[in-house]
Design a protein around this ligand. Structure first.
Ligand code: 13P
Length: 254
């Protein structure tokens, strides 16, 4: 039985004051209304709100993570933040390979692989994102694309390390568009990904690995998505910016 995960990726939204107030609101609802014994909840605010997030969530059982990290430990990389810096703050998770990083910042599977290794070395738990574009789906190349994102991203990552890694399947055409993959479409891909993991790492590892769905998850579609056998929760964008909606999605995972 895999424990579900509901994670909020705030992307480049909320200044420090807004972040603190949203974290406080989410914290209040979780404390008063939700249980965390069967779902892991993680918030991914911007880097500069991360220290506040960690402080405000202390003792609540809710995790905090960074939306990205650089693969090198330190050096002349203006504007970047390393995995060791994220770890030193006290964060537990990091998102790697989000489609917006791939699309706007030129990150490919090789870079993602280096970042995954850097994050694992710091004992961060990785949320590794993969997903096909609309063109790739329409030209029916999506399974090949997903397979290469998976296999190249996980190059030289062993079964033991996979215990600290979660896959997030986020079809690019479903992100921020209001067009969710249907529960069946998502389940089909999750089953495919688990099969690929089985081939590479064996059945036991594949059955342990959590695979999240992301892309226009809302309170009204979360339950159906999360009830699919291979969908182990969600990575939530827009709806994670509203405390009540996010809490309802957490509830749907319980
Ligand atoms: P939306 O939920 O806004 O579609 O974003 C999904 C996402 O990209 C989460 O990482």
């Amino acid at each position: 039985m895999r424990k579900k995960i509901v994670a909020g990726n705030w992307k480049m939204n909320n200044d420090l004051i807004e972040s603190q107030s949203l974290i406080t609101e989410v914290r209040g609802i979780i404390r008063d209304e939700l249980r965390l014994d069967n779902v892991d909840v993680i918030l991914f605010p911007t880097y500069f709100a991360l220290p506040s997030c960690i402080r405000l969530l202390e003792g609540t059982g809710v995790y905090s993570g960074a939306q990205n990290c650089h693969q090198e430990k330190s050096g002349a990389f203006t504007g970047e933040v390393s995995a060791s810096m994220v770890k030193a703050l006290g964060a537990s998770h990091v998102i790697i390979g989000h489609s917006e990083r791939r699309q706007y910042f030129g990150e490919n599977n090789i870079i993602c692989n280096a970042k995954i290794k850097a994050g694992l070395e710091q004992e961060l738990t990785i949320l590794y994102c993969i997903g096909e574009t609309l063109e790739e789906r329409e030209s029916n190349t999506h399974l090949d694309i997903l397979k290469s994102q998976l296999i190249e991203g996980l190059n030289e990552i062993n079964a033991q390390q996979l215990n600290n890694l979660v896959i997030a399947y986020e079809p690019v055409w479903a992100i921020g568009t209001g067009k969710t993959a249907s529960a069946q479409q998502a389940q089909e891909i999750h089953a495919f990904l688990r099969k690929e993991i089985t081939t590479k790492y064996g059945e036991a590892v594949a059955q342990r690995l959590r695979i999240l769905y992301g892309g226009s998850v809302k309170p009204d579609n979360a339950k159906e998505l999360f009830s699919q056998v291979d969908i182990d929760g969600g990575l939530i964008g827009g709806a994670s910016l509203k405390a009540r909606d996010f809490a309802e999605i957490v509830r749907a995972a319980q």
